[in-house]
Design a protein around this ligand. Structure first.
Ligand code: HEC
Length: 109
């Protein structure tokens, strides 16, 4: 739950009006859409190596640029990629299937 409050605080303008509510609903729908897909761990592994390992390490155990994310596959990873916090960049430019693949791979770490 704290993630949603964090997103709201970071985007104060987005929380103020009806437009913000529509956007929030849109992103929540996207998490659900990604979660409804079956991720391909093999494809996800390649995407993880090129997009995530620089900060989270090849085995997910973390580096000085990002925390240990082992055991944080599934919705945790999808939400982190769509609603990143701190210095993590957004991966909302990736396709839903790519997000599902990465999240499936993170579950294997
Ligand atoms: C530039 C460094 C960087 C990159 C690249 C990066 N992350 Fe992160 N990530 C972070 C940092 C820093 C945090 C801690 C944010 C916080 O304070 O919750 C984080 C947090 C997370 C979390 C934990 C969120 C939580 O609240 O527990 C997950 C899961 C995660 N990242 C997955 C990924 C995945 C998957 C990728 C690749 C698509 C990725 N990250 C790419 C830096 C990065």
């Amino acid at each position: 739950m704290s993630r949603w409050i964090g997103v709201c605080l970071l985007g104060l303008a987005g929380c103020a009006g009806d437009e913000g509510i529509t956007e929030d609903t849109g992103t929540l729908d996207r998490v659900a859409a990604v979660r409804a897909l079956t991720g391909d761990e093999i494809a996800g592994g390649a995407l993880y190596d090129s997009n995530c390992s620089v900060c989270h390490g090849a085995d997910g155990s973390g580096t000085s640029s990002g925390p240990n994310i082992r055991g944080e596959g599934g919705s945790e990873a999808v939400e982190a990629m769509l609603f990143p916090e701190d210095s993590m960049p957004s991966f909302d430019h990736l396709a839903d299937q790519e997000l599902a693949d990465i999240s499936a791979y993170v579950s294997t770490l």
